[in-house]
Design a protein around this ligand. Sequence first.
Ligand SMILES: Cc1cc2nc3c(=O)[nH]c(=O)nc-3n(C[C@H](O)[C@H](O)[C@H](O)COP(=O)(O)O)c2cc1C
Length: 218
Amino acid sequence: MRTLTKLALGLMGKLRPAPPRGPATKTIQLPTPATEGGMPLMDALRERRSERDFRPDALPENVLSNLLWAAFGVNRPDSHGRTAPSALDAQEVRVYVALPEGAYRYDPEQHRLDLVVSHDIRRVTGYQDFVDGAPLDLVLVADHARLGMVPVAQRQLFAAASAGAIAQNVYLYCASAGLSTVIRAWLDREALATALGLGHDEQVLLAQTVGYPKRASS
Ligand SMILES: Cc1cc2nc3c(=O)[nH]c(=O)nc-3n(C[C@H](O)[C@H](O)[C@H](O)COP(=O)(O)O)c2cc1C
């Protein structure tokens, strides 16, 4: 769907998901992530960039697994620590995954995806047209109910900072794995919250598209 069409539908409150492309499974148990190796950190930092041309090819499950673990997975099981920081370790950011067959919520403890909607919500994750055809769009959502210890005036700032750290983890993993990605704030938050069936305490912060690049790999 073109950007102008999305903007017009958004103004009328009618930007909605598309029918699912294929049957969605209720849960996707992700394979154990590869938590060693990859590109040296300084090389990944050198390669990090935003890209907006994606091939539609689905990511293999092991790549999806590594990506989500890098984003906000459990890296210290004893303390339930995560790969990205959060104020007071509130771990308030939830990572949703929009796939052609449905939208899922990432459960970092179980390293599993739980189906939340069996619609293709990718086009609702941003006004830009490439988001519809890329194989996956992540949506970072703040659960304000987990920020009870933080003064109300600070909650949005803290959640946005945590989301930024998660987004950078995704950027670095993508650089290492030869994937393209772009973090995005230009989206219809209301339409996306409705599409995901979010509750009152949940706030859409950012979305991030991930996929294989259209450019020839070097
Ligand atoms: C908070 C934030 C919001 C952004 N929103 C969008 C967006 O909606 N769409 C988009 O294409 N890029 C978006 N970007 C990506 C920036 O355009 C990009 O990071 C910038 O042009 C620098 O390019 P680089 O990431 O390749 O260094 C956003 C970046 C940040 C940090």
